[in-house]
Design a protein around this ligand. Structure first.
Ligand SMILES: Cc1cc2nc3c(=O)[nH]c(=O)nc-3n(C[C@H](O)[C@H](O)[C@H](O)COP(=O)(O)OP(=O)(O)OC[C@H]3O[C@@H](n4cnc5c(N)ncnc54)[C@H](O)[C@@H]3O)c2cc1C
Length: 373
């Protein structure tokens, strides 16, 4: 295939964000190409994540991030069904519900604050009595928790399956995906990108969008002096091989959680570590995560930790993703910095970015996510 196609939108990076934008653009009849430096697509943060989609509502919400979350939440069931029909891949998407737990007075107060925010957005959250908690999750020791709430609308999906389905659906819609293709730099003339210098030679298109996750700022710096704040924030995870239905809800305490899969696997995460681009796991964190898991579900001591891994989240300084046109460069865009919510926000991001790239009016004001802020 030619390396020069004047009609194409080129996405740089095939994580969940690049793949989702490609899928949405292809649905709208656009010619799309994704360039990914890895041997396979979606093997960085998008593979590593837990796949928790916390409840969100689009009605009566003014905050742009909450609106994006609400729109994304509404789209996930539709995308899961569509991807299944188109590719035959079951992404493991389902409404398992989440239980939010607090042990100490400080945690209890901050959880109560979170729940009252959810209620303002008409999101269902029920305070559980000791017996109700025990009935929902019999392996928990209810006496160690001061508060527990059930959020029935919490959803989950299996990240590796989701990115695999997205990639297959993209290909079925004619998206060209080049793996083993690293973007090394940009050719720029009078504020227009004329081509990408890649490990496979010069590749040109009509528009370019940086969707390179934690590596996005490094790429952007090659074209402009604008200092975006996308930084890698490492998260570690462990996986237990449990029996089916040992737990049935996502169990959240503070920033940590246990996520049950239907086949008995239980993911436990996570942490936020600023260690640059180092992707190793550490024995100390594996121990902390397993201690956390045992403290919530003591029965897990009987089961093996079969895997551990880490991923680099694209963090941003103010918690908002960067989405929009890169100032002073006509045909360069960016969608990155989704931090702990990239899987959740990927569907809404795809719609928003596809609106921008095709000059359509959007339901959400993209200005709040601007590259300069
Ligand atoms: C432990 C952990 C738990 C998480 N849990 C959740 C969760 O429960 N729910 C949720 O919504 N989110 C979660 N997240 C966050 C979510 O995974 C990320 O926000 C999301 O995956 C970011 O997607 P991305 O496409 O921007 O980045 P990535 O998935 O990192 O993809 C970027 C891609 O760009 C490629 N690339 C980089 N540089 C270049 C280059 N120069 N040339 C070509 N290609 C390049 C990379 O190889 C990579 O494939 C979690 C993340 C981690 C690490």
């Amino acid at each position: 295939m030619s390396n020069r196609c004047v009609d194409e939108v080129i996405l740089i990076g095939a994580g969940v964000i690049g793949l989702s934008i490609a899928y949405e653009l292809a649905t709208r009849g656009q010619k799309v190409r994704i360039l990914e430096r890895g041997e396979k697509v979606g093997r960085e943060a998008s593979w590593a994540g837990a796949g928790i989609l916390p409840p969100a509502n689009v009605k009566n919400v003014l905050d742009p991030l909450e609106k994006l979350r609400g729109i994304s939440h509404q789209l996930h069931p539709l995308w899961a069904e569509q991807l299944k029909q188109e590719t035959g891949i079951d992404t493991g998407f389902h409404q398992c519900g989440g239980i939010y737990l607090a042990r100490k007075p400080g945690e209890t107060a901050s959880l109560a604050g979170y729940i009252s925010l959810l209620k303002q957005e008409n999101i269902e959250a029920t305070l559980l009595s000791r017996d109700a908690l025990l009935e929902l999750e019999p392996t928990l020791d209810p006496d160690q928790f001061q508060a527990a709430y059930l959020l029935p609308q919490e959803l989950t999906l299996r990240n590796p399956r989701h990115v695999k389905a997205l990639s297959k659906a993209c290909e079925l819609r004619g998206v060209q995906i080049d793996t083993n293709c690293e973007i090394l730099g940009f050719e720029c003339n009078n504020g227009i990108i004329t081509g990408l210098k890649t490990s496979n030679g010069l590749i040109s298109g009509r528009q370019y969008c940086i969707t390179a996750g934690a590596w996005s700022s490094e790429l952007l710096r090659q074209v402009t002096k604008i200092p975006t704040g996308v930084v890698p924030i490492r998260g570690q995870m462990i996986l237990f091989e449990g029996p089916e239905r040992l737990i049935q809800h996502i169990l959240n305490e503070g920033t940590r959680y246990l996520v049950p899969r239907r086949d008995g696997k239980i993911l436990v995460g996570s942490c936020e570590e600023e260690v640059g681009f180092q992707k190793e796991t550490t024995p100390q964190m594996i121990e902390q995560l397993s201690d956390f898991a045992y403290s919530i579900v003591p029965a897990l001591k009987e089961y093996e930790i079969s895997m551990s891994w880490s991923g680099l989240r694209p963090g941003s300084f103010d918690g908002l993703p960067y989405m929009g046109r890169v100032p002073d460069v006509d045909n360069l865009f960016m969608a990155s910095g989704h931090f702990r919510s990239g899987i959740h926000l990927s569907t809404g991001t795809a719609v928003l970015m596809a609106d921008l790239l095709t000059d359509q009016k959007s339901d959400i004001s993209i200005g709040h996510f601007g590259i300069i802020r």
